[in-house]
Ligand binder design. Sequence first.
Ligand code: ADP
Length: 189
Amino acid sequence: MGRRVLFLGPPGAGKGTQATLLARALGVPHISTGVMLREAVAEGTELGRQAGALMAAGDLVPDEMVVAMVAERLSRSDAACGYLLDGFPRNVEQADALDRSVAGDAIEIVLLLTVAEDELVDRLLKRAVEDGRDDDNEDTIRRRLEVYRSETEPLIDHYPSHGVPIITIDGLGAVEDVFARVVMALAHE
Ligand code: ADP
């Protein structure tokens, strides 16, 4: 079973929820750039100050900032036996930078969580009410989906063409049903 895993999928597909469960099951750290960036914003660090407005608009934070943040995180000892990345790499440039920085310890398997676009928007609008994330408003949601299509979707071809298998998982349904699919997919790998 691969222990260096990347969760890919559009905003609202449930990556964060599934990644939390899977990281616990695999005993590896869950590394979410979205969570790390929101923490930086909340703490008012220099990184947070630079990232906040871009995130609120649904745009990506510059590659060099997230690459440095992830490289530092992966260098900590708890990531030595594996990791579960969520929200990074988000474009081909970040994927190349990650490959350069971790050399032999690159991603072993990609899990792609898919959900129809109407359902994504519904989920994100609902989350806006529940969590009050300031990028969960309709305009920003549309922008994040656009950015996903243009920047992140190319990774769906990039990884297999670099010899890294990708497994598609249907993200529709109850959290525990989707998680059962995730576990099944990894067990068969
Ligand atoms: P979601 O995928 O649900 O929209 P995330 O929590 O993964 O949410 O990311 C929220 C925001 O944080 C993104 O819209 C983007 O502005 C920023 N962000 C997160 N990860 C990256 C990344 N790898 N590169 C650039 N920006 C990022």
